[in-house]
Design a protein around this ligand. Sequence first.
Ligand code: ATP
Ligand code: MG
Length: 589
Amino acid sequence: MAVIIWANCMVMDMTQDNNQPLDFIRQIVAEDCKTGKWGGRVHTRFPPEPNGYLHIGHAKAICLNYGIAKDFGGKFNLRFDDTNPSKEDQDYVDAIIEDVRWLGADWEDRLYYASDYFEQMYQWAVELIKKGKAYVCDLTPEQVRQYRGTLTEPGRPSPYRNRSVEENLDLFERMRRGEFPDGSRTLRAKIDMAHPNLNMRDPVMYRILHQEHHRQGNKWCIYPTYDWAHGLEDSIEGITHSICTLEFENHRPLYDWFIDAINEGRTEDGSGPWGRRIHHPQQIEFARLNLTYTVLSKRKLLRLVEGGYVNGWDDPRMPTIAGLRRRGYSPSAIWNFAKVIGVNKYNSTVDISLLEHCLRGDLNKTSPRVMAVLRPLKVVITDWPQDKVEYVEAINNPEDPTSGRRLVPFSGVLYIEQDDFMEQPPAKFYRLAPGREVRLRYAYLITCREVIKDASGKVAELRCTYDPATRGGEVPDGRKVKATLHWVSAAHAIDAEVRLYDRLFLKPDPEEVQEGQDFTANINPNSLQILKGCKVEPSLTDTRPLDRWQFERLGYFCTDLDSRPDRLVFNRTVELKDTWAKLVRKRQV
Ligand code: ATP
Ligand code: MG
């Protein structure tokens, strides 16, 4: 596994920083704008294949492409690379549109589908046949592989390589008409079977696939390969900077070859037999995002969904954008993360605690604070006047002066966390214990006088007294009170279900397995814990799905999509403890 990267700006407050140097891609774009390479035009795109939900790696690519268009006053397209009907689906198209929109990337009216270009691509393929640059090959996929050779051995020419133009045109047209079965023939580019780059050894351009397409229906039974289609899609849309991940670096010569082959015999003004030259975008590669404790491949994510390891693509444990959203991530947290990790040319793995650090930075500023008790322990204030309810004032968000205050009901029967009481406290446990005094946040100081147990000996209730002179949690005589606990009033609290999440994988590198296993062997069996009977303060009555909160002392939470007014459900987004900040502090000393 590659080294975990330490983002270059890890010790800065990343949310404040506007003077980061330009990344290497923006440097190229800036230079192109200066030299007028594309007439000053900047046009990027995000080209997902609709064969799964988008994940945080895709978010990096979206932030990069849309961010560049925005920074340079350019345009950004959303284009579905829907060239492979066997794995694609309209549901994925819909989900992707929702996710890209949620992230805030704006394609305006430029939502495109590669399948709308099939006819144009077909015409260009015919043109390459006529130019003697493509041929129909009858080798089976297995034979094509055998003929291709290896990194150290040249390939062998296909016996069908020297078919006449007429025969090729005839066969290719009949392929399109559906005369041949799947896999029986392909159209291949005629390049060089001895080329050191295997991608250049007569790559396949079209394959026969009698399969319905989610947008084209049964119009086609031949489909372009990614290699043939991808550069052409960018050309058709006038994309200036085709930004993609590193694994396509050694496909670039092929994309260039295809466009050069189409442009052969074409001219700027369109005079001559082949017409006008087509646009030739510039491809730039960057390193894809990898994250610890995470798999980022649609194929593997699909396996998690289909294998029932998670509850769907938007399960809050999934690294999908839909999962992160449901978990409580905000778009700005993801944008901050993308900015902090930057872009570079070297594959590496980012520590997931950095993502969580960016998340906390954002949630800290924006999430209203409320009180919730996850594992309730009943507290009775014995000297509180019966039936009296007092409303104490609580700060909504100390980080946001505009957020105001709210009133929280306090009464003689409360709940606190079971964790906040110990009958025999060890040293350094400063919370409630028999005879000890603690502060209830925003309310009063209370002292534990009596512990009541149930038949099994478990602590069932605490009897406490309060000090009326400490209203609002003030200590008039300055006496030492070490702990401040959160609480809710029993009569006013609302029941809720709270879902706690842990990492989905047990190892930083989920692929690290023994022979015969796959990554699912590293799944954390305890990644989801459901707590019922939690108690939340009444201000949460009207919460809506995807509202974000800080439950005081417990972490950041988000109202789940399953939540209903009569059945509240919350997800814990992330705990308060920031392991990334701790790591950084350790490194600084
Ligand atoms: P996966 O391997 O997860 O299935 P993919 O690359 O096959 O992803 P596409 O739908 O083809 O998925 O990706 C759309 C765009 O997102 C591509 O331009 C690709 O380069 C980019 N992308 C995909 N994964 C990552 C990643 N982990 N980090 C950054 N960019 C990514
Ligand atoms: Mg792909």
